[in-house]
Design a protein around this ligand. Structure first.
Ligand code: SF4
Length: 286
């Protein structure tokens, strides 16, 4: 049986950078706080927790003081930096440079276009999106799709941005629909701010998934990039299965199968995909 791991799957540079920063800090400190999961992958969070990384949520941020805290790749709104300052926290800022650039772009657009609406195509409540909305003092409108168009005031100009992990195809579809529904006098500007680390994964995963009889797609359930990539996988290979951990492998799927591909999201650790491959090999050899 042929079992292959996709070389193009695994952490993007933003996640690699955040983990590197955490590991560097933990090499000299017994503990480091992290605001939210450093990566949408339970196993990697667990691995770093064993080394002293303490994940807390925004509510707990107010309860710690004089500590070191890491802000992950998703970025944070200005209000979080304020709280960190008040609590005398030392911030290890691992905001991805791509997200940082987008935050600055949105902030500038908001400051320079009074009266226009900043619209963000993204997942409501997602950490990166909250960080982006924070650049506009909370005024940006978040839309998840056409069904949220009722949030937009079409008598005002619109500036549309995208969360970095959204699909380019869906973004373009949304742009086309907005052009159709907006009145002619409303100015509409749009900026494709999707991260190419994510966008380039789609053609890669399509090429990979089509080559195998069975695909195990490994990703944390909270990863939005994981959801997008898995959907793409299924389009070219309906025998694709989403797993988050080794115990989710359904071995009955291996019946009459000769080739298996293993791939994952930008938040999936390589070591986890290797463990999946090893588990499958051991099962086959039994
Ligand atoms: S997906 Fe892109 S924007 Fe998001 S953390 Fe990775 S490199 Fe940065």
């Amino acid at each position: 049986m042929k079992i292959e791991i996709d070389k193009g799957s695994g952490f993007c540079f933003g996640v690699v950078n955040a983990i590197k920063k955490a590991e560097q800090e933990l090499a000299t400190s017994p503990q480091l706080f992290c605001l939210g999961d450093i990566v949408h992958n339970g196993q990697e969070v667990h691995r770093l927790a064993a080394r002293g990384l303490k994940t807390i949520d925004h509510e707990r941020l107010n309860t710690i003081a004089n500590e070191k805290i890491l802000f992950r790749a998703h970025g944070e709104p200005p209000s979080t930096y304020e709280i960190a300052k008040q609590q005398n926290l030392t911030v290890i800022d691992a905001t991805c440079p791509v997200v940082l650039m987008l935050q600055k772009k949105i902030k500038k657009a908001y400051q320079e276009n009074a009266g226009a609406q900043i619209v963000i195509y993204g997942t409501i409540g997602h950490a990166e999106v909250n960080g982006l909305v924070g650049q506009t003092n909370g005024h940006a409108i978040v839309i998840e799709g056409e069904h949220n168009f009722d949030k937009i005031d079409f008598s005002k100009d619109i500036l549309l941005f995208s969360q970095t992990t959204k699909s380019v195809k869906e973004f373009n579809r949304l742009v086309a629909r907005l052009k159709e529904v907006k009145p002619p006098q409303t100015n509409f500007y749009y900026f494709d701010t999707i991260c190419r680390q994510v966008a380039s994964r789609i053609p890669n995963i399509l090429n990979f998934a089509v080559k195998f009889e069975l695909i195990f797609f490994v990703s944390g359930k909270k990863s939005s990039n994981g959801k997008v990539l898995f959907e793409e996988c299924k389009k070219v290979n309906p025998n694709s299965h989403f797993i988050s951990d080794l115990d989710e492998i359904d071995f009955s799927l291996l019946k009459n199968i000769e080739t298996i591909g293993i791939c994952g999201a930008t938040s999936t650790p390589k070591w986890l995909m290797e463990q999946v491959a090893e588990t499958l090999k051991s099962y086959v050899q039994q």
